[in-house]
Write a protein of this length. Sequence first.
Length: 371
Amino acid sequence: MKKKIVIESLYLYNYDRPEDGVTVGGTQRYALDLGRLFFKQGYEVIYLTKAKKNMGNDFEGWATIVAFDSPYGEKGRVDFSKKVYLYCKKINPDIVCYSDIRVGLPYCYENSFALQHGIGWDNPNNRIKNAIVAYSYIKAMHKFKRVICVDTNFINWCRERDKHYFSNPEKLRYIPNYADEEQFQYVYKEWKTGDTFKLLYPRRLVAHRGFTIFMEMCEQLLRKGYKIEPILAFEDFREIDFKAAYPQYSTMNCDIVHPGMNQIQEYYKKAYLSFIPTRWSEGTSLSAIEAISTGCPVIVSDVGGLGNIILPGFNGYIIPPSVNEFVTATEKLLNNIEKRNELARNCTSMNQIFGKTRWEEQIFDAVKSLL
């Protein structure tokens, strides 16, 4: 009989439009690649996610996606936790992966491990609510036999917050995010004076991703006369919808593109710089790893685990998440093309250091005691 793995992935579908299929995003891609890894090892792969209606679908002939109609909010989270647990008890998988650690609270399948994609409660909103959420992460973490962390930021936070950490430090395992070596191959492009410099923002248009920092930075650079072309690569809006939703940027000449998961590398290869101006809630950004893997230096904010993948002055820069800081850092590289080219040359080995092969080996090493 085939072994089974169940992978919980809360946002695999768009909740309101599950019929559109799997959404584009870092956590979604991570869950899919994890399933493919286990499928190659002979496992039957089943994904559990949320949607507005119960449904089950075959996925590309190698996996099954089951959606539960759990509602939004805290009650919905608990409801989804219970449904995941009961489903697993019913089919008795060999191992369960929780892509969202809090789904394991209060109901958690015994032989399970969790993924932690970075601290997400460092936002400027309700601090009391954030403290409650943070406490629930500690409680949830205790439920699992192993927690795979994409950055050391979460591990350091647990060391400071959880008195039980020191009795079992090996429970938390740092495994950086990755980029497929075949898809994100290193390509060196020599930029020169007179070129139009393509500045790439490869993320969703949400507040915590720092979208407005990038746009306001580009506005200032254009007013100063720099020859730049902002490129927005996201799933959220088509161009007409984008201009309607953000009229303040409607006159800016932006290239708005919607690449699929297997197309985004072409935009990194053509970009002068890529930008990850995160305000809060960040791990080790897949977008940042993809960029440096293809030879595109990245300017990132000093949030979450971005310091685990960017070495300032080597493959990019790490700065505070403010418009002025991003303008200053970008101006320096627009005025010093050779330094930008040097950063790109330093990225030669990034797609091996952060490669998918390395990630696959580390994943199995981390969970082999559970298999």
